[in-house]
Design a protein around this ligand. Structure first.
Ligand code: EPU
Length: 337
């Protein structure tokens, strides 16, 4: 384990915000966590940083930043139909997707190119293009910073929801994920339910669609809308897509027939936050170095030297105008630290 003081987090958050952490522990083995526990390190604030692709730093982090660098993936079970994989938390999610696609294992191809590491995936139940981690999730092993013990969580224990899990509510800031276990299929299971994907393959004979083609299509669609954090600093979607009463959504739809709307059930519907923000005129706008991405209004970007507070200020202005125009409160998807 590598323990450092006053550690600069700028290269380790995709918003590229310049902040220091009082301490940083780079973990290469889960037993390092036991060592930290014995030293009393978890009595202070701590924060797990994979790629920090979903965190906006507002000021110096006066606690312990933990960076899991534990690598490795192993097949724990295999049949003719499926494979169960255990993945250590420090593996990059996007390389895991490529590894699965190269082996012709189905289930996570729609989640291609999502930044972050495998250990972060269950925290907010990552999702994209009609798929979510929960669809393939089996279990995870995590370290309990309260008791110093390791604990297994199955799918039910995790209480997955839309960008949500038990690790964002009752177990917030308590557990550190060491590994995740997922189940992938050897039998073709194309999921083209998401509109952008079905449009991409419109006119293509379904029987000719291969796993790699879907992963490549997702990469193409993502890259056409979402900025690459290596080039333009950003944290992906800043807000969640709001879930409102279906009656309210239907009234809005009468007024704005082109509004993208996803019915969840009789009572609830999801509205595209990016569309709401664009309607309020924010797409491509900037305040200093904090800006709204010109191709996807749900994504806020740091064009250079923006501080966390500059991005937050912009987000508050956006939320205010969406509320004024549509009477809808936007909830942040990004974690503020
Ligand atoms: N839209 C606009 N204007 C915009 C942005 C979007 O009109 O500026 C419209 C689009 O035309 C489309 C609809 O809104 O009809 C949805 O847009 P998109 O397909 O780009 O997806 P999203 O709902 O904005 C969600 C996830 C993304 C994920 C995509 C694809 C959330 C908060 N975001 O975005 O996840 O990649 O779907 O599945 O659910 C992330 O979590 O960081 C993230 C990028």
């Amino acid at each position: 384990m590598n323990l450092k003081s006053d550690f600069c987090l700028k290269p380790f958050n995709t918003f590229g915000i310049e902040v220091l952490a009082r301490q940083c522990a780079q973990i290469t083995d889960c037993n390092d966590l036991t060592e930290l526990y014995k030293k009393g390190s978890f009595k202070q604030d701590f924060l797990v940083i994979g790629e920090a692709s979903n965190i906006l730093f507002l000021s110096r982090f006066d606690g312990l930043a933990i960076m899991p660098l534990i690598r490795g993936k192993e097949i724990v079970e295999e049949t003719d139909h499926q494979v169960v994989l255990k993945i250590q938390s420090g593996e990059y999610w996007s390389s895991l997707v490529d590894y699965a696609v190269d082996n012709n294992w189905w289930g996570i191809e729609n989640l291609s190119m999502i930044p972050g590491k495998a250990g972060a995936a269950p925290i907010q139940n990552i999702g994209a293009y009609g798929a979510e981690l929960k669809d393939v999730f089996v279990s995870l092993e995590a370290f309990d910073t309260k008791t110093g013990e390791f604990k297994n969580f199955n799918k039910n224990d995790c209480k997955f929801g839309y960008r949500d899990s038990v690790f964002k509510s009752s177990y917030k800031s308590r557990f550190i994920v060491c590994s995740i276990t997922i189940k992938l299929s050897k039998i073709a299971k194309p999921n083209l339910s998401y509109r952008a994907l079905s449009e991409f393959f419109a006119g293509t004979d379904k029987s000719t669609i291969r796993l790699k083609m879907i992963r490549d299509a997702v990469n193409q669609i993502r890259s056409s809308k979402l900025p690459d954090p290596q080039i333009i600093k950003n944290g992906g979607s800043f807000f969640k897509n709001p879930i409102v009463k279906t009656s309210m959504a239907e009234n809005l739809k009468k007024k704005y027939p082109e509004m993208p709307l996803y019915k969840i059930d009789q009572k609830k519907s999801k509205i595209a936050a990016g569309w709401l923000i664009e309607q309020c005129g924010w797409k491509g706008k900037r305040i200093g170095d904090a800006a709204v991405h010109e191709k996807q209004a749900l994504v806020l970007v740091n064009l250079g030297k923006a501080k966390g507070s500059d991005i937050l200020h912009l987000s508050e202005k956006i939320a205010e105008s969406v509320f004024k125009t549509f009477n809808i409160k936007l909830e942040k998807e990004i974690q503020l630290v």
